[in-house]
Design a protein around this ligand. Structure first.
Ligand SMILES: [Zn+2]
Length: 481
């Protein structure tokens, strides 16, 4: 993996990831590199709960994420109103979101195991398979990084930098475009990957279940997989207002094994995307190679987990916020899959999902769920799934939560990404297509803490802040909503 050389003059480029995340006016962000970066990437910290990986000022950084890691937060200095940083935030954030840190790729032993697993899969039952999978992830609880059960390193890093920028520029608050439309506190999305004929045949019932809780969801269908895909099946999903996405090509777990065969498969996948009218994609078993995403003609991808300790391909993108990989939008999977919960952890309750949801809510993030129709045909599992929907429905009742289809999130995030904030008389205004759904927010430095405030959703009236302040459960930022 090669890193672009970052020259000290490259000020504007340095702020890019932080600016894109907040969509704030560029005048508030002014970063400069402290000096030459060490040639070897390594782990370091940047404040509490923020383990970073990449090149930095630190000459002997650690090759492992184990403590004690040097905290480079104290190495940031201010020159006039400019922040002088000991690393390039874009590089660090890319390393995390694109999983360019050690241990994310399959090693030789894991690759052999994976191939044997898929070869034997047709003749093994679920009990044997779950035993093999448990063996494969043995010792996962000991992994310090990414952080289980939700990792928000990228979100922490961006917030830390924004707070430092506020301090450096000497202003008490800066405007930005709120993350979700109409001031929603966070976004929730339900997705279903269909794995087998039994799963496909359960989809009619699943549509009814989701509808009964007032949720629409997306179905990821395998076009050349172990089950046939009749047109009537696809149109039922579409006609009832649910979303159809493409899942892999044939679900053999080998999509990204080899470049030539990937390109042949990608052409088939792109053909099905057009046939299904699908704008979203998810690879089988969350296998992934973001460098190849551009060959898949989708608007968004959903194949990268937030933390992949229990997935066959480890790693994790360390964020609960959508992000662009080239011009593909990534909607990370931020909660545990049903299969993993039921068959690898042996859990039949929503406790872990609720904990993850709470952590994601605290970051105003995106909570995405993956529940397979195949694994909730049994009464116990179905009851747990319905409990989860009840939790989400109650949350939606109580708070301003945006429950959205993946394609709606894609459309919103793209629109937000091309909006900007302009100064108008003595206030700020969001401009750009779709700005009527956007809400102006302010990031403030309150006693050294980053606090978000939302302006009155009616544009132009910026004085009427809602003032119910809620303290986050963890360190980090407080949101006033
Ligand atoms: Zn699948």
């Amino acid at each position: 993996m090669g890193y672009p050389s970052t020259s000290a003059e490259n000020h504007a480029a340095l702020v890019q990831t932080v600016r894109d995340r907040f969509r704030c006016p560029e005048e508030f962000l002014d970063f400069r590199l402290a000096g030459e970066l060490s040639p070897a990437p390594a782990y370091f910290r940047f404040g509490a709960n923020t383990t970073c990986y990449g090149r930095s000022w630190e000459e002997d950084g650690r090759p492992q994420p184990a403590p004690p890691l040097r905290d480079l937060l104290s190495c940031v200095s201010v020159d006039g109103t400019q922040l002088v940083l000991p690393f390039d935030p874009n590089e660090i954030i890319d390393n995390l979101r694109l999983e360019r840190y050690p241990g994310c790729q399959l090693n030789e032993r894991e690759r052999t195991l994976k191939n044997a697993y898929y070869w034997l899969r047709p003749v093994t039952n679920r009990w044997i398979r779950s035993r093999v999978q448990r063996f494969r992830v043995a010792g996962w609880q000991k992994r310090a990084f990414p952080r289980w059960p939700v990792d928000s390193t990228v979100d922490n890093l961006c917030e830390n930098l924004l707070l430092l920028a506020l301090r450096a520029s000497g202003v008490s608050s800066l405007p930005f475009i709120w993350f979700w439309p109409n001031g929603a506190r966070c976004c929730v999305s339900m997705t279903h990957d269909v794995e087998t004929a039994a799963g496909r045949d359960f989809c009619g019932r699943l549509l009814d279940i989701d509808d009964s809780f007032g949720f629409k969801s997306s179905f990821q269908v395998v076009p050349e997989g172990p089950y046939s895909v009749p047109p009537a099946y696809l149109s039922e999903i579409r006609d009832r207002g649910f979303e159809l996405c493409v899942q892999d090509l044939n679900h053999d777990g080998r999509l990204f094994d080899e470049r030539e065969s990937f390109l042949r498969r990608a052409a088939r996948i792109n053909h099905y995307a057009e046939e299904y009218g699908a704008t979203g994609f998810r690879a089988a078993v969350l296998y992934r190679k973001p460098e190849w995403f551009s060959d898949l003609e989708f608007s968004f991808d959903m194949s990268i987990p937030n933390v992949g300790h229990l997935d066959p391909q480890r790693g994790g993108c360390c964020t609960v916020t959508p992000y662009f990989v080239g011009d593909r939008l990534e909607l990370p999977l931020t909660t545990i899959q049903d299969y993993t919960l039921f068959h690898m952890l042996g859990e039949r309750s929503t406790a872990l999902w609720k904990l993850q949801l709470e952590l994601i809510l605290a970051r105003n993030g995106l909570a995405t769920f993956l529940v397979h129709p195949d694994y909730i045909t049994g009464p116990k599992e179905q009851a747990v799934y319905m409990d989860l929907l009840a939790v989400l429905a109650a949350l939606r009742e109580r708070e301003n939560i945006w429950a959205a289809l993946p394609r709606e999130i894609d459309v919103w995030w793209r629109a937000r990404n091309s909006m900007s904030i302009v100064r108008e008389d003595n206030s700020w205004r969001i401009v750009g297509a779709g700005a009527e759904r956007a809400v102006l927010a302010f990031a403030k430095n309150v006693d050294g803490q980053l606090v978000y405030e939302l302006a009155n959703p009616q544009r132009g009236e910026l004085l009427d802040f809602r003032t119910h302040r809620r303290q986050r459960p963890q360190d980090g930022c407080t949101t006033i909503v």
